[in-house]
Design a protein around this ligand. Structure first.
Ligand code: RUG
Length: 832
C-alpha cells in the first residue's frame, strides 16, 4: 500500500500531520483550542467540567495519533494478532491513566495550574466507564493495559452499553438502583460509522443442493440489526503502542425508524422496531457469577460475537492468505463462556460461506480459540435452552448439534460402551427443555482451557471438567494465575508510594518489571524508610477518612485500624461473616469494663459493593451492614473503638481511594468458591495486609509473601463437601459466639428482626451452605490476632514492606506473557 502513494503526497502529509503536544505550553495551546472551538466556550465560562473536557480532548488527540501509527504498523507487519472477546470491560476513568501511560501528567498538572485548575479536581470530573460487574471485567481492562504495554498486537472486542452497571444508592439502609447513563460526554470513543455490519436473527435454515450435488445450508428470513463500531484507544505505558478496544453498538437496519410504516400511520411499530434494535446494546446485565438465561442476553452475545468475527475475518481476508493460515494470524481468547457462540459462528462462516469442508474448518476453529474459565459455581455456568436457540439462531443450533455429534463419536471410539460418560459430556443436556451447556462447547471448540489461579485450575480438572480431562488428556487444561496492572493499581492509585519505591530502585522500571520490587525488601530494616512508608499509609487513610466524612457524615479516626471489604456482595464472598464478626466485636466491647476498653484496638470496618438487583439475600446483607452501622456509629459508649461504614456505589475510581488506605482487607470466601480474586492483589501491592481463607489466589499470595505476612483462617476446600454433607444429614451445631450474634439480631438490635431472618435462617435452618458457622470461631480468633499485631507497629510495617516487595508475580504483564507463549503463540511488535 505504502508504495502506491506518491512521494510528494506523503511529503505534504508528513509536513502537516497532527502531532499533539509535548510540553506544558503545547498542552495549554491544545487545551484552549479545544475549549474554544470544540466546546464553543471561552475563558469566561470554562468551569471544571469544561476543563476536564479540554484536557481529555488534548490527550485524546495525542493518543489517536499513536493509535493510527500503531494500527498501520501492525497492518504492515502482518503478524499474528490477539483478539480478546469480553462482554465486560470495567475500565474506570481514562484521563489519569492516559496522562501517566504517555508520561505527560506533569505537563498537564503545570498547564492546568496556570489555567487556574487543580489537576485532581479536573480528573475527578470524569464518569467511570463501568461496563462490567466486578473481577471479570476489571481483569479484561488490566489485560488490555498490559497487552499494549508489552507491545502485543491485540484488540479487545465488547459491547458499547448505553447503561453500564447501575449506580447504587443506599436509602434507609436498602440498596436502590439508579441507571448509569455514562455517555453524556465520552471523549474516549471514535464512532466508525463506516464499520457497520448487519447481524441476522431468527428466520430459518434450509438445505440446498448446488450444481455439483453439494449440500449447502442457507439461513434466511428473520431480521437484521446493524452493528456499528466504536473504537477506544488503549495506550501502553512507556511505549508508543496504542491498541484498540472495539465496542459494538446496535441500531435498526433502516438507520432511523421505518418511514413506510410511519407514513402509513403505524407510528408505534415504526418506532418500536428501532427501539427493539437499540435495546440489544442498551444495558449491561448486572449479574456477577450468576446466569439468568434471558433471551436479550443471548441476543447480546450473538450480536457481539458475529460482529467481531465479521471484522476479524474481513481483516484476515485482506491478507489473501489460505484459510489454513487463519490460526497463524488470529488468536481469539474467550473471556468466560459468554462469547462461546463465536466458535459456532466461525464454523458457520467457514463451512456455509467460504465452502470449506467441515473437518478442515473445525481444525481451524479449534486452533484459533482459547477459553478462560472463571468460576466453578454451578449457578454461574451458562446454559441456553434449545428452543430459544432454535428460534433465535436456527442454523447455529444445527451446527452445535453437529459439533456435539462428532465429539460424541470421538468419545465413543475412545471409550466404547461408556454411555454414562457420553451423556455426562454431551453438549446437550437432556432436560426439559433441553439445554446447551456452553462451557462444554467452549472446551470442545478451543485448543486450550485455563483457570485463573492454581487451586481453581486444579478444581476445574477434578470436578466440573473431570470427564474432559479423561477424554483430551490434561495438556489441554492449564493455569494462568490472574494479575493486576501496576500502572493503575500502584502508580496511579498510590503515587506517593510509587515514588518512594522509585527513589530506592533508581527509577520507575519496576512498573514494567514488577519483580524488581524485591529490591525494596532490604529497606524494611531502614527506620527512615519505614517512617516514610507509614506516613504515606496515614496520608492515604486521611484521604479516605475525608471522603467518608463528605459522603456519609461519619467521622473516623485515621489512627484506627482500617479494615476493608469491597467487592460484589455475594453469599460465597461472605460479607455476612464479616458483619457477624463486627456484631460480635460490638457486643464484646459493650460487655467490657472501662478499664478493659482501654486495651481495645480501635477499628473502622468498611464495606462496599453492589448486589445484583434480583439477589435478595445479598441485598439483605447490605441492609444488615447499614443497620449495624446506624446503631454502632451513634453509640457514645463505643466512640472511636468501632465504626462501621458502607461506601455507596463502589466502583473503580472509589477503589483507587480505598485500596491504598487499608491496614487489613478481607478476602474470606468459602474455600473453593472464589476462582481467583484480584482485589487481594491490589491491597497487598499497596501495603495492606490481608485476612483470608485458603481460596483462589490467596494461596499463591501466601506462597509469595510467606505465611507469616498473611492472616489465614478457616476450613480448607477439600473439607467443604463433607462439612456440607454433615450439616444436612448429621445435624448442625451453631457456633456459640455466632449464636450470641443471632440473639442480638433476633432481638431487633439492628433493625426489625424480620428483615434479617432469612439471612440468619440460611445458616441455622438451611444447612449453612457457605460454612459461616464452621469458620466463625477461627475468623474471630484471627481478627483478635490482627488487633494484637497491629499494636506492634514496627513489625506490622515490616510485614507490609516485605509483602509489597514480594508481589512481583501478580502483574498482568506476567499474565499476558503466559497467555502469549502458552495459548496464543503470538509475538510482540515494537511500533517505535
Ligand atoms: O469470581 C471471579 C473471580 O474470582 C476472578 O478473580 C475474576 C477474574 O478471573 O472473575 C470472577 N468472575 C467469575 N466473574 N464472573 C465470573 C463467572 O462468570
Amino acid at each position: 500500500v505504502e508504495a502506491t502513494i506518491p512521494e510528494r503526497l506523503r511529503e505534504t502529509w508528513r509536513k502537516y500531520s497532527a502531532n499533539g503536544f509535548e510540553d506544558k505550553g503545547g498542552f495549554e495551546r491544545e487545551f484552549i483550542r479545544h475549549v474554544e472551538t470544540t466546546l464553543a466556550r471561552s475563558l469566561y465560562n470554562c468551569d471544571e467540567l469544561a476543563a476536564y473536557a479540554g484536557t481529555a480532548l488534548a490527550f485524546r488527540d495525542k493518543m489517536i495519533i499513536e493509535w493510527n501509527k500503531t494500527q498501520q504498523r501492525q497492518t504492515f507487519a502482518d503478524q499474528k494478532r490477539v483478539y480478546y472477546l469480553s462482554l465486560e470491560f470495567l475500565m474506570g476513568r481514562a484521563l489519569d491513566n492516559a496522562m501517566l501511560n504517555i508520561d505527560k501528567k506533569d505537563a498537564a498538572r503545570d498547564g492546568l495550574g496556570e489555567l487556574g485548575f487543580r489537576i485532581e479536581d479536573v480528573i475527578s470530573q470524569e464518569h467511570d466507564a463501568a461496563l462490567g460487574n466486578g473481577g471479570l471485567g476489571r481483569l479484561a481492562a488490566c489485560l488490555l493495559d498490559s497487552m499494549a504495554t508489552l507491545d502485543y498486537p491485540a484488540w479487545g472486542y465488547g459491547l458499547r452499553y448505553r447503561y453500564g452497571i447501575f449506580k447504587q444508592e443506599i436509602i434507609d439502609g436498602y440498596q436502590v438502583e439508579i441507571p448509569d447513563y455514562w455517555l453524556d460526554f465520552n471523549p474516549w470513543e471514535f464512532p466508525r460509522h463506516d464499520v457497520t455490519v448487519g447481524i441476522q436473527f431468527y428466520g430459518h435454515s434450509e438445505k440446498h443442493e448446488d450444481e455439483n450435488g453439494k449440500v449447502k445450508h442457507v439461513w434466511s428470513g428473520g431480521e437484521i440489526v446493524q452493528a456499528v463500531a466504536y473504537d477506544v484507544p488503549i495506550p501502553g505505558y512507556g511505549t508508543k503502542t496504542t491498541n484498540n478496544l472495539r465496542l459494538w453498538s446496535s441500531k435498526a437496519s433502516s438507520g432511523e425508524f421505518d418511514f413506510q410504516k410511519f407514513n402509513a400511520g403505524d407510528y408505534e411499530s415504526a418506532v418500536s422496531d428501532q427501539q427493539r434494535a437499540e435495546t440489544i446494546s442498551a444495558v449491561l446485565y448486572p449479574n456477577d457469577n450468576l446466569d439468568r438465561g434471558k433471551e436479550l442476553r443471548l441476543k447480546q452475545q450473538y450480536f457481539w460475537c458475529a460482529a467481531s468475527l465479521w471484522d476479524i475475518v474481513r481483516r484476515f481476508k485482506k491478507s489473501k492468505r489460505a484459510w489454513s493460515e487463519f490460526p497463524d494470524q488470529v488468536a481469539i481468547q474467550l473471556n468466560d463462556t459468554h462469547p462461546t457462540l463465536a466458535i459456532v459462528e466461525l464454523q458457520r462462516i467457514l463451512v456455509d460461506q467460504e465452502d470449506l469442508e467441515w473437518d478442515e474448518a473445525w481444525q481451524i476453529v479449534v486452533n484459533t480459540f482459547g477459553y478462560t474459565n472463571h468460576t466453578v459455581l454451578p449457578e454461574a455456568l451458562e446454559k441456553w435452552s434449545v428452543p430459544l436457540l432454535q428460534h433465535l439462531l436456527p442454523r447455529h443450533l444445527e451446527i452445535i448439534y453437529d459439533i456435539n455429534l462428532f465429539f460424541l463419536q470421538h468419545v465413543e471410539e475412545k471409550f466404547p460402551g461408556d454411555w454414562e460418560l457420553l451423556s455426562r459430556v454431551s453438549v446437550i443436556e437432556e432436560s426439559q427443555p433441553k439445554m446447551v451447556r456452553m462451557a462444554y462447547l467452549a472446551i470442545i471448540g478451543s485448543h486450550k482451557v485455563n483457570g485463573v489461579a492454581e487451586l481453581h485450575s486444579d478444581l476445574i480438572k477434578t470436578t466440573i471438567f473431570k470427564d474432559f480431562v479423561k477424554i483430551y488428556g490434561s495438556d489441554k487444561f492449564t493455569n494462568v494465575t490472574n494479575g493486576i496492572t501496576p500502572r493503575r493499581w500502584l502508580h496511579q492509585a498510590n503515587p506517593r508510594l510509587s515514588s518512594l519505591i522509585a527513589s530506592k530502585l533508581g527509577g520507575y522500571n519496576f512498573l514494567i518489571d514488577l519483580t524488581l520490587l524485591d529490591g525494596i525488601e532490604s529497606y524494611a530494616n531502614d527506620p527512615d524508610f519505614r517512617r516514610e512508608w507509614t506516613e504515606i499509609k496515614t496520608a492515604n487513610k486521611e484521604r479516605l477518612a475525608k471522603y467518608i466524612k463528605e459522603t456519609t457524615g461519619y467521622s473516623v479516626s485515621p489512627t484506627s485500624l482500617f479494615d476493608i471489604q469491597v467487592k460484589r456482595i455475594h453469599e460465597y464472598k461472605r460479607q455476612q461473616l464479616n458483619i457477624f464478626g463486627v456484631i460480635h466485636r460490638y457486643l464484646k466491647i459493650k460487655s467490657m469494663t472501662p478499664q478493659e476498653r482501654k486495651k481495645v484496638v480501635p477499628r473502622v470496618s468498611i464495606f462496599g459493593g453492589k448486589a445484583a438487583p434480583g439477589y435478595w439475600m445479598a441485598k439483605t446483607i447490605i441492609h444488615l451492614i447499614n443497620g449495624v452501622a446506624a446503631v454502632v456509629n451513634k453509640d457514645a459508649e463505643i466512640g472511636d473503638l468501632l465504626k462501621v461504614i458502607f461506601i455507596e456505589d463502589y466502583n473503580v475510581s472509589k477503589a483507587e481511594i480505598l485500596v491504598p488506605a487499608s491496614d487489613i482487607s478481607e478476602h474470606i470466601s468459602t474455600a473453593g468458591t472464589e476462582a481467583s480474586g484480584t482485589s487481594n492483589m491490589k491491597f497487598v501491592l499497596n501495603g495492606g495486609l490481608i485476612i483470608g481463607t485458603c481460596d483462589g489466589a490467596n494461596i499463591e499470595i501466601t506462597r509469595e509473601i510467606s505465611e507469616s505476612n498473611i492472616f489465614l483462617f478457616g476450613n480448607l476446600a477439600e473439607d467443604v463437601d463433607s462439612l456440607r454433607h454433615k450439616h444436612l444429614y448429621s445435624g448442625f451445631t451453631l457456633d456459640e459466639h455466632l449464636h450470641k450474634v443471632f440473639e442480638a439480631i433476633r432481638a431487633s438490635a439492628f433493625g426489625p428482626a424480620s428483615a434479617f431472618e432469612p439471612l440468619v435462617a440460611s445458616i441455622t435452618d438451611h444447612g449453612d451452605y457457605y460454612l459461616v458457622s464452621d469458620d466463625f470461631s477461627s475468623y474471630i480468633q484471627t481478627q483478635e490476632a490482627i488487633d494484637e499485631e497491629f499494636t506492634k507497629q514496627d513489625e506490622w510495617v515490616v510485614k507490609s514492606i516485605t509483602s509489597v516487595a514480594r508481589m512481583g508475580f501478580f502483574s498482568t504483564d506476567r499474565v499476558v506473557g503466559e497467555y502469549a507463549d502458552e495459548i496464543w503463540n503470538v509475538e510482540s511488535l515494537d511500533v517505535e
